[in-house]
Design a protein around this ligand. Sequence first.
Ligand SMILES: Cc1cc2nc3c(=O)[nH]c(=O)nc-3n(C[C@H](O)[C@H](O)[C@H](O)COP(=O)(O)O)c2cc1C
Length: 170
Amino acid sequence: MELLITGSPRKGMYSDRLAECYAEITGAEIVYARTLNVNPCHGCGWCKGNGNGKCVQKDDMPELLEKAKRADKITIFSPVYWWQLTAQMKLVIDRLYPMSEEDWKGKTLTVVMNGAAEDDDKEFELLKAQFQEMADYIKVKYRFLGVGTTDDEAFSKAIEKVKTFASERQ
Ligand SMILES: Cc1cc2nc3c(=O)[nH]c(=O)nc-3n(C[C@H](O)[C@H](O)[C@H](O)COP(=O)(O)O)c2cc1C
């Protein structure tokens, strides 16, 4: 199962549409982070100790966490906000902290980011390298795509790139 989590606060806009196009091709299950009640990680460390991979917090994240553990692919679609993920997406990623090396084993992390910048903007190189570090740390396979969604014309090109990217997925 491929779990696709989207990070845009804007329903039905560029990132959502790219994610839905990708999911149509890959069959990924989409979860819209903006619809969830996810608190920030408290950094209490319970999940790494007595919690044994579970989170102490009682919000929407424990259910998503179990889904993430079961998935063989975790895919993130997010607009770029200030050279980073959106806050909605970051909340979810932080809360994947309970996942152990064993939970991550064999998974693929895919990150697709869209921004108002051009496709060849340095921000996408930086983001690609940053998530490569995360993928190396959790020892998973990794794919990245950065696309400009400056306007509707750029978005049309972005859709084509996402279609190719999705069809090349293994
Ligand atoms: C708070 C904020 C910060 C942003 N920062 C960036 C940025 O650093 N780089 C970029 O390319 N676009 C940036 N953008 C533009 C969005 O990434 C862009 O409009 C994107 O297409 C929005 O995706 P959506 O339609 O799915 O919401 C920013 C937008 C907002 C609202």
